[in-house]
Design a protein around this ligand. Structure first.
Ligand code: FES
Length: 103
């Protein structure tokens, strides 16, 4: 087995789930497979605590993080999935408009 180039974790904690993160994870996984993107894994995570960052609960939800780059995305929507696949999963480009921070 080769290591993943990118491992996407979609938060399915309570606040992100309330804003549709399960659907985002399912769509992201489906689109990665349909596009034949190799060495990319999509998983779910528990709460990443980003939802509490500003004191306004859920403001940054849903959250998606990508490792090993340490890229944290916020406010991801299903309509963002194709861009994440085309730019990040395929080319390793960060989608700046969704970026919360990068380690
Ligand atoms: S529930 Fe997703 S960051 Fe907290």
């Amino acid at each position: 087995m080769r290591p993943y180039r990118f491992h996407f974790f979609v938060c399915e904690g309570k606040r992100c789930a309330a804003r549709g993160s399960e659907g985002i994870r399912e769509l992201l996984k489906k689109r990665v497979k349909e596009e034949g993107v190799k060495d990319v894994k999509v998983s779910k995570s528990g709460c990443l605590k980003m939802c509490k960052e500003t004191g306004t609960e859920g403001e940054y939800s849903p959250a998606v993080v990508v490792y090993p780059q340490g890229v944290w995305y916020r406010n991801v929507k299903e309509s963002d999935v194709d861009e994440l696949v085309e730019r990040h999963a395929k080319k390793g480009e960060i989608v700046e408009r969704l970026l919360y921070f990068k380690l």
